[in-house]
Ligand binder design. Structure first.
Ligand code: COA
Ligand code: AMP
Length: 638
């Protein structure tokens, strides 16, 4: 069957398609049907099935004779260590931690916040929660204490599982003081914390509340898998929206299992037993889906990599890991390869490594620029597949179905919709646009299994954020177009979300932090193009009348403030003081126009602008930052 026919079948007979896909999962009770639409436009899949994620990711492979296969390979150039966990060992570790959590009262539906670096124990913690039906919420280590506190207050966890520290190439980041500060700030108090002590930085434990990882589990009775309903939340993952408050994306258990399992062969082309590597972090959706869950559900070996594409120790690290572990499919964000390309433009570091077992390279998380794709194709000689998805979807929405039928790659396009995704480009009036026309990228409801059914504790926000602008559709937040052959082209976000080094961040949140500075009267944050990170945040500050403090002092203070409140991951280093912000006559800040000024391209001056002269003031203010410089267009460009 061609991929086109397969995809068409998923849309014309979703019930048949997904019930068939569900058969590859081991259910305690097989669902009576796939789609539950009583509450449309809120949909659920496999709700009356009973199933356990951990059973499917671990135990069933041991039962089927894969116990001696490596489930996880922890390759950690930042600590100089390498370790492996077979499926049988993983089962033992997960069952023991799950048992210890259960003995302390953690039960089905309780939340557990996980704040850990890239160590195998992070995956063990996630699976232990899944084993007993607890709902984990992993928080990325690069977030500051305040962001952790916000998530703790929203998820209200019974327990927190954390590492004592994370290791960045140039410093050890002590996580425990960040956790302590977050717990001081949060209104909600978890019953207890479990701390994995790492030798690089031991944490002080608070008696009565904090337990050492090993002592906590000593003598614990291993827990069995607890079957949960297909619609039971497997996890909550917070992601940036337009406001300062993050959105708690809920992942339903049944659809997650079915969709991730399907994606491993269809998209990533791997068979059970092969090694799969996603170089990301467990704190992001890529880490949830393709470091932890999908490879394990599918019976693969997953590489847990604790390092960076460059500097740990050099730009050949990716090639070394691919060779050493016989990686078949490799997935990372384009920014990681931009970093490698910058250090090793000729790809000389590849020469010493054997990449013969590598099938293909996958890129997602941000726009994959053609230069990077072409460079990667040239130096590796391997297929390079861009694919498009989001925290909300949990698995690729648009990709090349290379494991079934490798479609020709069109550089700049992530290719075609995956099963169950009816992706259309909508105009302002909500009507689908013909090929070649730019509009909002939307997906006809229902979204396929595995995607978010709602936001944690925020059903109305779910509906207003995603479903209200185009009734009957899910609004992705991205704009783009389709070509005549159905390939999708992603152009830009339609909201205030920016993408910094593959990390999704809210400019609205940064504006809230800047506005909290006592000397700032008004501010705006925009995302500007950056060669390495794709985008960088840039802040504009209007100071209170009468403020006489030197501008550079205030700029350094707001930069420190963003690092302190949001975290280093925001990479907020560009800010300028200006007299006023460009606005429409009705007072709306013209952020789009500011981006055009900053990026030095053509500036389309809106007819509604209050005073165009402000744009020159903006340009002058950011010139010292290396932006706002009008670039000559290359000859022949349009
Ligand atoms: N814990 C604590 N701090 C962290 C962290 C973590 N888990 N991850 C990142 N940080 C810190 C970094 O140390 C850095 O701090 P600094 O300002 O003191 O230097 C800051 O957050 C920004 O980190 P990062 O985005 O990693 O940028 P970088 O400049 O250190 O490295 C790249 C640039 C391109 C090498 C890096 O961004 C990268 O590897 N990206 C891969 C993208 C990726 O994994 N995306 C996930 C979605 S697929
Ligand atoms: P996240 O939820 O962090 O995975 O970020 C999702 C957003 O990243 C999408 O809505 C897009 O804006 C962007 N994105 C992800 N993958 C791609 C891609 N392949 N091409 C362009 N943008 C992408």
């Amino acid at each position: 069957m061609s991929y086109a026919a397969y995809h068409a079948g998923s849309l014309s007979d979703p019930e048949g398609f997904w019930m068939e896909a569900a058969r590859r999962i081991a259910w305690e009770r097989f669902p009576s049907k796939a789609l539950f639409d009583q509450r449309a436009p809120l949909y659920e899949w496999f709700s009356d099935g009973l199933v356990n994620t951990c059973w499917n990711a671990v135990d069933r492979h041991v039962a089927a004779g894969r116990g001696d296969q490596d489930a996880l390979i922890h390759d950690s150039p930042v600590t100089g260590t390498l370790s492996r966990l077979t499926y049988a060992e993983l089962q033992q570790q997960v069952a023991r931690l799950a048992g210890a959590l259960a003995a302390r009262g953690v039960t089905k539906g309780d939340r557990v916040v996980v704040y850990m670096p890239m160590v195998p124990e992070a995956v063990v913690a996630m699976l232990a929660c899944a084993r007993i039906g607890a709902i984990h919420s992993v928080v990325f280590g690069g977030f500051a204490a305040h962001e952790l506190a916000v998530r703790i207050d929203d998820a209200r966890p019974k327990a927190v599982i954390a590492g004592s520290c994370g290791i960045e190439p140039t410093r050890v980041v002590a996580y425990k003081p960040l956790l302590d500060a977050a717990l001081d700030e949060a209104a909600h108090a978890p019953d207890f914390c479990v701390i994995l002590q790492r030798p690089q930085q031991l944490a002080a434990l608070q008696p009565g509340r904090d337990h050492d990882w090993h002592a906590f589990q000593k003598g614990a009775e291993p827990a069995d898998c607890v079957p949960v309903e297909g619609s039971h939340p497997a996890y909550i993952l917070y992601t940036s929206g337009t406001t300062g408050k993050p959105k708690g994306v809920v992942r339903p258990t049944g659809g997650h299992l079915v969709a991730l399992n399907l994606s491993m062969k269809l998209v990533y082309g791997v068979d059970p037993g092969e090694v799969f590597w996603a170089a990301s972090d467990v704190g992001w959706v890529v880490g949830h889906s393709y470091i932890c869950y999908a490879p394990l559900i599918h019976g693969n070996t997953s590489v847990v990599f604790e390092g960076k594409p460059v500097g740990t120790p050099d730009a050949g690290t990716f090639w070394r890991v691919i060779q050493d572990h016989g990686v078949r499919s490799f997935f990372t964000a384009p920014t990681a390869f931009r970093a490698v390309k910058r250090e090793d433009p000729e790809g000389k570091l590849l020469a010493g490594y054997d990449l013969s077992r590598l099938r293909a390279i996958y890129l997602a998380g941000e726009r994959a620029d053609p230069d990077t794709i072409e460079w990667l194709q040239r130096v590796t000689g391997k297929p390079v597949y861009d694919h498009w998805w989001q925290t909300e979807s949990g698995w690729p929405m648009v990709a090349n179905p290379a494991g079934m039928e490798a479609l020709p790659v069109r550089i700049g396009s992530p290719s075609v919709p995956m099963p169950g995704y009816d992706v259309q480009i909508l105009g302002e009036d909500g009507a689908p646009l013909p090929p070649g026309q730019l509009g909002a990228i939307a997906i006809r409801l229902p979204l396929p299994p595995g995607t978010l059914p709602t936001l944690w504790n925020a059903e109305e926000r779910f509906a207003s954020s995603y479903l209200s602008r185009f009734p009957g559709w899910y609004e992705s937040g991205d704009a783009g177009m389709k070509d005549e052959d159905g390939y999708l082209w992603i152009m830009a976000r339609t909201d205030d979300v920016i993408n910094v080094a593959g990390h999704r961040l809210s400019t609205g949140l940064m504006e809230e932090v800047l506005a909290g500075h006592p000397d700032v009267a008004e501010c705006a944050v925009i995302g500007v193009a950056d060669e390495l990170k794709g985008q960088l945040p840039m802040g504009f500050l209007c100071l209170n009348r009468g403020c006489t403090r030197p501008a550079p002092e205030i700029v350094s203070e707001v930069i420190a403030r963003v690092r302190d409140r949001i975290g280093p991951v925001a990479a907020f280093r560009l800010a300028a003081v200006v007299e006023r912000l460009p606005k429409t006559r009705s007072g709306k800040i013209l952020r789009r126009t500011m981006i055009e000024v900053a990026e030095g391209g053509e500036v389309r001056i809106p007819a509604t602008i209050d005073d165009p002269a402000i744009l020159d003031e903006i340009r002058a203010a950011i010139r010292p930052l290396g932006y706002g410089i009008v670039r000559a267009r290359p000859e022949g460009s349009v």
